[in-house]
Design a protein around this ligand. Structure first.
Ligand code: NOJ
Ligand code: CA
Length: 554
């Protein structure tokens, strides 16, 4: 693949509402991010992805935009954003923003005009269907029908997500042109690119037919009818040609459900995007991303197979975006390590395993501290609309309230959205005001102040692996090298990274016990390990509990 500037980045994802509250109203904000740039620079990240900061009624924390060119007042002003871009730039840190163009808020001016005048051009910016009954049985991602009745009219509008998030009608060319103008307006401001929200939802099944029900509610997941539909490529290519192609920008698309065989169109040489997120391994504990009550038993072997399949598929066509957490996922330490989450060495093995994969590493705020899921005692303690829906869906499907709460605790998006723990004082130093969402329970123990400078801690480990990838002697191989799985025992994930002149073999032990791994023929020299010594054994390499080791072929 042709070298691109963005292959060398390390991305840090910020959920602005929960990062740092600079004016003490309980809500994180843009100035809060600017005030914490030293922390991010010290960590070593080179690019920030900031979740939506646009004007919004915040029904889905900003993924419901009511004005694409205005900043949400709770987050600050356009000057605050410009200051953040400038200050970050001085530290060599680039900024990418979230681009949400599958839907707007129902409070967006376009939708308001569409509602008040069904003859206006804005009516066709959205998807309305006339008639006395619900047009079909598609279920929205956040629960219930995708159709919401327009008050006072025999008409429904479609929303793939929440009812305050009406889908835009991408079949309308005038609308598409308006969106492209907005994208370019932001790129002109000097941002480095976008993370693109729910982009595979922009094309719908235009027959609007009902599908076989897949739940006791008689509905059928809308992802079968409004995601990755034939013909979507025409829109995505046009989007790219009118916007991204005109700037030296980077794009990372949230594109769940793209079959591996179609990756070439998405991320190949002339693909729609620079990268896409692959959710197959992130969702290994559930049957589908949108049904948390369908739990799946899994072991490290399943994790390894999914990770390696994903890497091999992405490598075939382009570059990957590697992540173990984001604002929609549970905390990685809890999800992937189960009872190992309290062991910092386990957290480090997970970190190193995904960090040294081929592609761009994404770190979600708090992941670098080894933050954990919380355990809320009642559904009333959740803020996230999806968590609340999942609870009632599980009950409707026949689970007890206790079981439903367990599913939600394991999967809730609020797990990752708790305010960032800067220290162990009240509200974790996030704010002096009661935060909008309760802190994670472990914050007195797991917080930035406690970990910065602690050589054995998770934060310093992240710093060291970032430095090793970016500036270490094996930088070229770790960034640009190819990847291939290496045979390993049940609880170990192993792969090799290689260029023409160099081969690095990496093992990550996810077990509480020692493991002995077979070594390939040839001389081998240790180049890095997460802790302790590298121990060779008569039968190969002896990994210590939760130890990661990298050897170089000599
Ligand atoms: C994906 C975003 O990551 C999520 O937070 C949001 O709720 C949906 N898309 C809808 O925009
Ligand atoms: Ca604030």
């Amino acid at each position: 693949m042709k070298k691109q500037w963005w292959q060398e980045e390390v991305v840090y994802q910020i959920y602005p509402k929960s990062f740092y509250d600079s004016n003490h109203d309980g809500i994180g904000d843009l100035r809060g991010i600017t005030e914490k740039l030293d922390y991010l620079e010290n960590l070593g990240v080179t690019m920030l992805w900031i979740c939506p900061i646009y004007q919004s009624p915040m029904d889905d924390n900003g993924y419901d935009i009511s004005d694409y060119k205005a900043i949400a007042p709770e987050f600050g002003t356009m000057e605050d954003l410009e200051e953040l871009i400038g200050e970050a730039g001085k530290r060599g840190i680039k900024i990418i923003l979230d681009l949400v163009v599958n839907h707007t808020s129902d409070e967006h001016e376009w939708f308001q005009k569409a509602l008040s005048d069904s003859g206006s051009r804005f009516h066709d910016y959205y998807i309305f269907k006339e008639g006395g009954q619900i047009p079909n049985n598609w279920r929205s991602v956040f629960g219930g029908s995708v159709w919401e009745k327009v008050p006072g009219r025999e008409e429904y509008y479609l929303h793939s997500f929440g009812k305050k998030q009406p889908d835009l009608n991408w079949e309308n060319e005038e609308l598409r042109r308006e969106l492209y103008e907005i994208v370019n307006w932001w790129l002109d401001k000097g941002i480095a690119g976008f993370r693109i929200d729910a982009i595979t939802f922009v094309k719908k099944d235009l027959t609007w037919k009902s599908k076989e029900p897949d739940g006791v509610d008689g509905l059928s997941k809308c992802t079968k009818s409004s995601r990755n539909q034939p013909g979507i490529g025409v829109f995505l290519r046009e989007l790219k040609e009118h916007t991204f192609d005109r700037y030296p920008c980077v794009t990372v698309a949230e594109a769940p459900g793209v079959p591996y065989g179609e990756l070439g169109e998405f991320i190949g040489e002339n693909g729609y995007f620079s990268m896409i997120f692959d959710f197959r391994y992130a969702d290994l504990d559930i049957d589908s991303g949108s049904e948390w009550f369908k739990r799946v038993d899994w072991g490290i072997k399943d994790f390894r197979d999914k990770i390696m399949d994903s890497q091999m598929a992405l490598q075939k066509y382009g570059w990957s975006a590697n992540f173990i957490e984001n604002h929609d996922q549970p905390r990685a330490a809890t999800k992937y390590l189960k009872d190992g989450q309290d062991n910092p060495e386990a957290v480090k093995t997970l970190a190193a395993m995904y960090f040294f994969l081929r592609g761009l590493p994404f770190i979600y705020q708090g992941q670098e501290l080894g933050m954990q899921n919380f355990n809320r005692g009642s559904i009333g303690e959740f803020d996230d609309l999806s968590s609340i829906d999942q609870y009632y869906r599980a009950v409707e499907e026949g689970y007890t309230k206790e079981e439903a709460l367990r599913f939600v605790n394991l999967r809730s998006r609020d797990n990752a959205r708790t305010p960032f723990p800067w220290d162990n004082t009240q509200y974790g130093g996030f704010s002096v005001h009661k935060p909008w969402l309760g802190m994670a329970e472990e914050y007195p123990r797991i917080n930035a102040r406690a970990q910065m400078g602690d050589k054995g801690g998770v934060y310093e480990f992240y710093r060291s692996i970032i430095r090793f990838r970016q500036k270490g002697p094996y930088r070229n191989c770790l960034i640009y090298g190819r990847i291939e799985p290496v045979l390993s025992s049940e609880n170990v994930i192993a792969y090799k990274r290689y260029t023409q002149g160099e081969t690095l073999l990496c093992w990550f032990n996810f077990s509480r016990g020692k493991e002995v791994e077979m070594l390939p023929d040839g001389g081998m020299e240790p180049v890095w390990q997460s802790y302790g010594e590298v121990c060779f054994h008569e039968n190969g390499l002896e990994l210590q509990p939760y130890q990661s080791v990298m050897l170089k072929l000599v």
